[in-house]
Design a protein around this ligand. Structure first.
Ligand SMILES: Nc1ncnc2c1ncn2[C@@H]1O[C@H](COP(=O)(O)OP(=O)(O)OP(=O)(O)O)[C@@H](O)[C@H]1O
Length: 301
């Protein structure tokens, strides 16, 4: 196996059986995909398509019915390799009566990290996930967003090479979502490999380089996000330092027609609702008393 492949599955198949051993559900059907070192990979699919089953197989929490999965070149069933994996599950399983520091210390002990390294890492992670102020509060008092932050810190306590994130932005507000996405991109910059599952497709589009889409246990699509999303039948030109006039519109129409095309739209590009929201919140923070005063849709910010 190539050093550059962190995850590799071949014909990976999982059939769940009922109590009597009768075939109940083919959750994964001959799945083939690779995750390369240092990339952010998105595993997508509707509910029940086999994403969690795939993650559990990679973590060695389930065994395949047939086919194989390797992680760092080791069989996925070998749980020793999990020392190099960080996992943020969709449902929080953290102890509600521990505070943030105690939580990280607990997971650090599970990985047998020496006390001084454990303490230092816990401190760094608490700061990184923005829980410095709340580190002495028990998790029962945490909001969903705060639980997601400490969950991520927990997933990173062993300084993993592969980070598996199940619905990392679920329950987060737009600020928390942006923060989580920046952090995922930062993990990549630090050389980590990330596998994330999410139903929030805009988030996946923002951070993932390659994706796989599952449907009912079958792989439907696999590839580079920008290539998959490219609309090769259309051409987009963006210009700056220009005021759009009827003359420019006519000229563009002529040039495009000369080359056999047809002008579809010309106009000013829109930003995303996420960018607008974040800008408004930032301005509101910096300018106490700021209120909207313009007419609807016409207000400039
Ligand atoms: N222990 C089990 N016994 C029987 N069937 C199961 C079991 N676990 C999962 N399944 C079934 O296997 C299929 C795939 O489930 P899985 O949890 O992997 O989907 P998923 O893509 O993670 O869904 P979601 O987006 O809802 O988390 C589903 O039809 C599910 O009902």
């Amino acid at each position: 196996m190539s050093q550059d492949l962190v995850v590799q599955t071949r014909n990976l198949t999982k059939v769940y059986r009922d109590f009597w051993g009768r075939k109940k559900k083919i959750a994964l059907n001959a799945l083939d995909f690779d995750i390369r070192r240092g990339e952010i990979f998105g595993l997508l699919g509707p509910n029940g398509s086999g994403k969690t089953t795939t993650i559990k197989l990679l973590l060695g929490l389930l065994f395949p019915t047939s086919g194989e999965a390797t992680v760092f070149g080791e069989p996925a069933g070998d749980v020793k390799k999990n020392e190099k994996i960080g996992y943020l599950p969709e449902e929080s399983y953290l102890y509600r009566f521990l505070n943030a520091e105690e939580t990280l210390d607990f997971y650090g002990r599970l990985f047998e990290i020496p006390p001084d390294v454990r303490r230092r890492r816990a401190g760094e992670l608490i700061e990184m996930v923005g829980l410095e102020k709340d580190k002495k509060r028990i998790l029962r008092e945490y909001s969903k967003g705060m639980r997601q932050r400490i969950g991520l810190a927990q997933a990173l306590i062993n300084d993993p090479e592969l980070v598996i994130l199940d619905e990392p932005t679920s329950g987060l507000d737009p600020l928390g979502t942006r923060w989580m996405k920046d952090l995922i991109l930062d993990l990549k910059k630090r050389g980590k490999t990330v596998l994330m599952c999410s139903h929030r497709l805009d988030d996946v589009q923002d951070v993932c380089e390659r994706i796989a889409i599952l449907y009912n246990g079958d792989l439907q699509t696999l590839g580079n996000v920008s290539t998959l999303l490219e609309d090769a039948a259309r051409v987009e030109v963006r210009a700056t330092d220009l005021r759009l006039t009827d003359e420019i519109r006519r000229d563009l129409e002529q040039v495009i027609a000369k080359h056999g095309g047809k002008l579809e739209t010309v106009g000013h590009p829109t930003t995303t609702l996420e960018d607008l929201f974040l800008r408004i919140v930032e301005e509101s923070k910096n300018r106490p008393g700021r209120r909207y005063t313009g007419s609807e849709g016409g207000g400039k910010f």
